[in-house]
Design a protein around this ligand. Structure first.
Ligand SMILES: [Zn+2]
Length: 280
């Protein structure tokens, strides 16, 4: 019970810092506070350490590249402050894993799954981090990124576009989260019976990188892309472009926005993590 109150306190702390540092807007702050409470309060210190690694490193990079991004910012659907939809897309799977873990610890039912839940949890956050790092650092690529679908070069900030720098950033972002998961494991903060540190690291990185690859693939194929007839530019903004003109659907499914693609990214990475940890 003490841990739950500590979790709540940490959740409120996270929400407050994120809101004040302008990483999140109000709804995003509330969602992050709830996620922090669930992950820390129901999972524990090791789970919180992994969540914070994602949260701090991705917020730091977003802030670092704010100015640079402002130039390509009109391609993105939302501003630099994350809202509840973005927090849920990145964190819902990890929250579910902490919830299931708590359930097994309380009831004793399915206790053997605890190590697997832990790996799925970390893999989904590795994917969230990989995706954020790739988006933030990908703009440093000297050449324009490539769209996986038809291998054509497209403007920076285009959904689903990949580059060498972006891919390496994804690998590093997933690696950082996996590294923290292994450190937490070595510190004894994780469920008993987790895979060996080396295997754990590889599975979490693999889940994270594959998830961000799925993200790019969906972004290039079925994610909704709109077009502003006034600026003659592709955009994710709907229904109104920053210039005030109504945007038109150019390709993709109209309801499938970036939040859904990110959700697919973190859920598929988490499921890959669950499967790999469960099978081996
Ligand atoms: Zn416009």
């Amino acid at each position: 019970m003490t841990q739950f109150w500590l979790g709540l306190l940490a959740g409120i702390g996270i929400a407050y810092v994120a809101y004040r540092s302008q990483a999140l807007n109000q709804s995003g702050g509330l969602a992050a506070g709830l996620l922090g409470t669930v992950v820390f309060g129901l999972g524990g210190v090791g789970w919180a350490a992994v969540l914070l690694t994602f949260f701090i490193s991705s917020s730091f990079l977003s802030k670092l590249f704010k100015q640079r991004k402002a130039q390509v910012g009109q391609n993105f659907a939302k501003g630099s402050r994350r809202d509840a939809g973005q927090v849920a897309a990145n964190g819902a799977f990890s929250g579910l894993m902490a919830l299931f873990y708590f359930f097994t610890a309380q009831t004793g039912f399915g206790q053997g799954w605890q190590p697997v839940l832990w790996v799925g949890f970390a893999a989904s956050l590795a994917a969230a981090n990989a995706d954020t790092w790739a988006t933030e650092l990908g703009v440093l690529n000297p050449r324009r990124p490539i769209l996986l679908k038809d291998l054509r070069r497209v403007p920076q900030g285009t959904s689903g576009a990949v580059s060498l720098v972006g891919s390496l950033a994804a690998l590093a972002g997933a690696g950082l989260v996996a590294g923290m998961a292994v450190l937490s494991n070595l510190a004894g903060w994780t469920p008993a019976g987790t895979p060996s540190p080396g295997r754990q690291f590889l599975v979490i990185v693999a889940g994270g990188v594959l998830g961000s690859f799925i993200d790019s693939f969906l972004g290039a194929t079925i994610q909704a892309v709109y077009y502003c007839p006034n600026c003659q530019k592709e955009t994710e903004r709907y229904p109104i472009h920053i210039c005030g003109t109504k945007t038109k659907l150019k390709r993709g499914l109209p309801w499938l926005n970036n939040d859904w693609v990110n959700t697919a990214c973190t859920f598929s990475a988490g499921i890959i993590g669950l499967l790999l940890a469960g099978l081996f």
